[in-house]
Design a protein around this ligand. Structure first.
Ligand code: SAH
Length: 340
């Protein structure tokens, strides 16, 4: 049975037409669920009793459950239990510009990046759209806040769950839904080219981030298996098309791994690779985990890398770090509850 929080407004419009109701009822449902924040439709005033009863039979109104909340400085990590007893995590960050939630898109991940904790559990399944929407709803309710920014950078590869992710974006971006501005939503991908091509065409102004992490195929092959399927040359061609068509700036995420991809040569090659693109580079100090041998670059290397990019006219920032102490930082989320 379809969960109501996984329905886009268009889907509900179709549903109402199918059952001989007026299309605009979908708007009333959205208003009730997302604006009035009332998850119980039993007493919604402007819809007929019969229709409500039918909806109660046709849709599930189940919620995933908050299992544990860990607090750090300016950050909280939520562990959720799904209705089939799997676990996922989301990370809430308090910024001066608003509250941002980093959500998961899959249970586990199949991308197999050599450095990432989240991928140690192979993908068990995709998250349904409602399971992504509810991560936001539950955090908003629990904290009594509004989430203003959403990043799809938790567990999972969003473009390996493309259709559900796009529906999720439509629901949270809808003016009558959570009304989170497209420019406040960021999808991050390791580089699944056919989906980037589709994403180029959908015409929503959502930010696209690419987990790059290496400037050559030789090195990227070793760190990110996806590169053996979709290599850097092809990736860059598709990204240039994306930029041209959408006029949007691309973010390149680049984790700095000591003595692996943090050398001057790598910095220079990275400049050459992205020169002239409408892009900026977000350098991520690596968060070490006990399960991998990789080490974080030292500060002088990070700064030297940054300087080379700057001098070459590349827009670059070093990511502000959140959540390291509660294992809520990039690459530290995992889908097995409290497991090692
Ligand atoms: N699968 C998507 C979404 C995950 S985003 C993607 O690859 O983009 C999570 C980001 O954190 C990715 O850029 C990932 O490469 C990065 N990351 C993974 N492990 C990390 C670690 N230990 N320290 C810092 N960043 C890490």
């Amino acid at each position: 049975m379809k969960n109501i929080f996984g329905c886009t407004k268009e889907y509900l419009e179709g549903y109402f037409l199918d059952i001989g109701e007026k299309k605009y009822k979908a708007k009333q449902i959205f208003d009730h669920l997302y604006k009035k924040k009332n998850c119980d439709i039993t007493n919604i005033s402007n819809i007929k009793k019969d229709t409500i009863e039918k909806m109660n039979n046709d849709f599930s109104f189940d919620f995933i459950k908050i299992c544990e909340i860990k607090k750090g400085k300016d950050v909280k990590k939520y562990l959720f239990k799904l209705n089939d007893n799997d676990y996922i995590e989301a990370v809430l960050m308090f910024h001066d510009y608003g509250n941002s939630l980093c959500i998961s898109t899959q249970v586990g991940c199949n991308m197999g990046c050599a450095f990432c904790e989240s991928g140690r559990l192979k993908k068990r399944r995709n998250l349904d759209t409602y399971e992504m929407v509810e991560q936001i709803l539950l955090v908003e309710k629990c904290e009594n806040i509004r989430i203003s920014h959403v990043v799809l950078m938790g567990i999972g590869e969003p473009f390996d769950n493309y259709d559900n992710v796009i529906n999720f974006i439509k629901i949270i971006n809808d003016d009558l839904g959570l009304a989170i501005g497209a420019r406040h939503i960021t999808v991050s991908t390791c580089g699944i080219i056919p989906k980037i091509e589709e994403f180029t065409k959908i015409g929503i102004q959502v930010n696209l981030a690419i987990s790059l992490h290496a400037p050559t195929n030789e090195l990227r092959d070793k760190l990110m298996p996806i590169n053996k399927i979709y290599n850097l040359n092809d990736l860059m061609i598709v990204l240039k098309k994306y930029s041209k068509i959408t006029n949007r700036r691309i973010t390149f995420e680049y984790i700095l791994l000591k003595d692996i991809n943090d050398t001057k040569e790598c910095a220079i090659k990275l400049c050459a690779l992205i020169k002239g693109m409408n892009a900026y580079v977000n350098l991520i100090p690596y968060n070490e985990t006990e399960n991998f041998i990789f080490k974080r670059s030292n500060t002088s290397n990070i700064n030297a890398f940054y300087d080379i990019l700057k001098k070459n006219g590349i827009n670059v920032t070093i990511r502000r770090e959140f959540g390291g102490l509660i294992d809520a930082a990039c690459g530290q989320l995992r889908a097995n509850k409290g497991g090692k």
